[in-house]
Structures are given as structure tokens and as C-alpha cells.
Design a protein around this ligand. Structure first.
Ligand SMILES: [Zn+2]
Length: 183
């Protein structure tokens, strides 16, 4: 089974505002499956639909699972929304769409999340610490926001320069290995 590629900064599709999901169709269910496959394969603790190029309000999260032990306990949230937030916490974040970079981000320490599941049932969950951070990070994706938008301008521009350089290098490597080049 081929995994869908994760879009990476500076792909413009990561900047779109995602649309609410009017009804859970087979397409939504199959996208949720694809997102879980990618999240566990990377591995990551969360993924938002825009990271696979789909601008709809769907996220998957699993903050319990680890490669060494533990059963997967995935949360699939349709139209997730943070309805209450409290406290402050600083966490070192990374993102599958922002390669080779982590930075400290300040967020709410506790949040209340409302969403519906794939059967259309409404849920409310209180979360704190890593799980609260993860909910905020993934919902940011639905609004076209990346964690690098929440760090200092200086740190962000250093990363953007580094990333541009890495992309240029990838392009040069691609040229060198173009068909026929090594024959
Ligand atoms: Zn992310």
C-alpha cells in the first residue's frame, strides 16, 4: 500500500483555510484511513488533512502510542474546535510538514476540544500538556497556520533560509541524476 506524501513547507496548499465537513462520506472515511497510515508510519502524534493536500476540517491524533510499546489509540476528529483554553505551556514542537526543525512554542496548557466522530456522534474532551499542544497544533493546520508562525521572526527567517538552501541542493541533486546523466 502506497502512503500518500506529506506536503512540506513552503507548499502553498498548507496555507489554505480548510472547509467544514458537511457530512461524513466514504471519501472522508478513506482520507482518515490514509492519514492514520501516514501518522503511524512516520511516526507522528498527529496529522491534519491539509498536510495530505485536502482542505477539509479533519485531524487524527494519537499521543499514547509509541513504537516500542502500547496499542494504537487513534482519535479521528471531524470539525474539531477548541471551545475553552487555560494556562500557558512551552513545548518544543516539530511538524511533518516542516522538515528538520524544532522550536519552543507557547500555547494554552489545557484545552477543551469539541468534535464529531466518523459516525457523526458529538464528543467533548478535556486535554492538558502534550495532548492539548497537539490539538492546538493540528487545528492550526486547518486554519493555514504552521508552528513556525508562532516563533520569533528571527528564528523563522533563519529556518526559511536553511530550508531554501536545502531545497536548492535537492534540485541540484535531481539535475545530476536526471535520466541519462549517469549512463
Ligand atoms: Zn504539523
Amino acid at each position: 500500500m502506497a502512503l500518500r506524501p506529506v506536503l512540506q513547507f513552503p507548499d502553498k496548499r498548507l496555507r489554505r483555510t480548510s472547509e467544514p465537513i458537511a457530512g461524513v462520506t466514504d471519501e472522508v472515511r478513506s482520507l482518515a484511513e490514509d492519514m492514520l497510515d501516514v501518522m503511524y508510519d512516520e511516526p507522528g502524534i498527529g496529522l491534519a488533512a491539509p498536510q495530505l493536500g485536502e482542505a477539509i476540517r479533519l485531524i487524527v491524533v494519537d499521543t499514547e502510542w509509541s513504537e516500542e510499546d502500547g496499542e494504537p489509540s487513534p482519535l479521528v476528529a471531524v470539525n474539531p474546535e477548541i471551545v475553552a483554553r487555560d494556562g500557558k505551556i512551552t513545548w518544543t514542537e516539530g511538524c511533518l510538514s516542516v522538515p528538520d526543525f524544532t522550536a519552543d512554542v507557547e500555547r494554552a496548557e489545557r484545552v477543551t476540544l469539541q468534535y464529531t466522530d466518523l459516525e457523526g456522534r458529538p464528543h467533548t474532551e478535556d486535554a492538558e500538556g502534550l495532548r492539548a499542544v497537539c490539538f492546538q497544533h493540528e487545528i492550526d493546520h486547518l486554519d493555514g497556520v504552521l508552528f513556525i508562525d508562532r516563533i520569533s521572526r528571527l528564528k523563522r527567517s533563519l529556518y526559511v533560509q536553511k530550508r531554501k538552501k536545502a531545497l536548492r541542493r535537492e534540485e541540484e541533486d535531481d539535475d545530476a541524476s536526471a535520466p541519462g546523466a549517469g549512463l
